[in-house]
Design a protein around this ligand. Structure first.
Ligand SMILES: [Fe+2]
Length: 261
């Protein structure tokens, strides 16, 4: 994936987005696409017992989350796969592709390739998000992205659309308002293997999806893990644990569970 990154930077500065045409070899794209479609068809989409889809609030060491949400903000099935967990074997090609493009995105914004593959000293990470916006009205409200902490790292996202508008679904899709506030229906411009890079602080949304498979998209979310859960005291290895110590462990575990439910 060699690319003239200066052209991307220039276009993002000027317009707020850039579409890298055919960046992903078709064979690689097809493998990921097949895996992702299979993943969502295997995981019963009618199952309302799924946990709530994740939107922020990541704690170090969390298990991967495959969830569903349908409310006024969004309607979505989303798998969040964290870099500290083993890659799910049924999505190996998909997640590898996401992490590879993430390295390229890092290079574009001047970070080390693997920045965020581990929890950095300032709690920064990146994790894979694979979403299905279902054909019966899947959507994401218009919003701008921001970090929860004051940060210098620019929010430049990439998006890989694994299903294609006018082929896998008819209506809706990814829309961005560029630096001139012009509405761009990006999903109408994307072909297999293309990668969208954009400034996440510009307004964007997924307009309601209808028809066929729905919209499946892949990207890597840059964020910060909750610092409160990294600073836990160490117990064990012959250390006599007091009653209060045991109580503290139980309380921390209870709070963790409560916050993650
Ligand atoms: Fe966003």
């Amino acid at each position: 994936m060699n690319l003239d990154t200066s052209k991307i930077i220039e276009d993002i500065k000027q317009n707020g987005y850039y579409i890298a045409k055919s960046l992903i070899p078709l064979e690689t794209f097809t493998l990921a696409r097949k895996e992702a479609i299979h993943f969502f068809s295997e995981n019963n989409l009618q199952n309302k017992n799924l946990p709530t889809a994740l939107r922020g609030g990541v704690k170090a060491g969390m298990i991967d989350n495959y969830g569903y949400a349908s409310n006024k903000s969004w309607k979505i099935y989303r798998l969040c796969s964290f870099p500290w967990n083993r890659t799910p074997s049924q999505l190996e090609n998909t997640i590898n592709l996401s992490r590879k493009v993430s390295k390229l995105r890092n290079r574009i914004i001047g970070l080390d390739d693997d920045y965020g593959s581990y929890i950095e000293n300032d709690n920064y990470i990146q994790y894979t998000s694979l979403s299905l916006y279902p054909p019966q009205g899947g959507f994401l409200n218009k919003h701008k992205d921001s970090h929860t902490v004051e940060e210098k790292i620019p929010i430049i996202h990439f998006k890989i659309e694994l299903t294609i508008k006018n082929k896998d679904y008819k209506e809706g899709g990814f829309t961005i308002w560029d630096r001139n506030n012009k509405e761009i229906s990006v999903s109408d411009l994307i072909e297999p293997g293309d990668v969208l890079f954009f400034d996440g602080t510009l307004p964007h949304e997924i307009k309601p999806i209808s028809g066929e498979i729905g919209r499946i998209a892949l990207f890597e979310i840059p964020t910060y893990v909750d610092p409160n859960f990294r600073d836990l005291e160490y117990f064990g290895d012959g250390v006599e644990i007091s009653f209060l110590g045991k109580l503290k462990i139980k309380l921390i575990s209870f709070i963790n569970k409560f916050l993650n439910d």
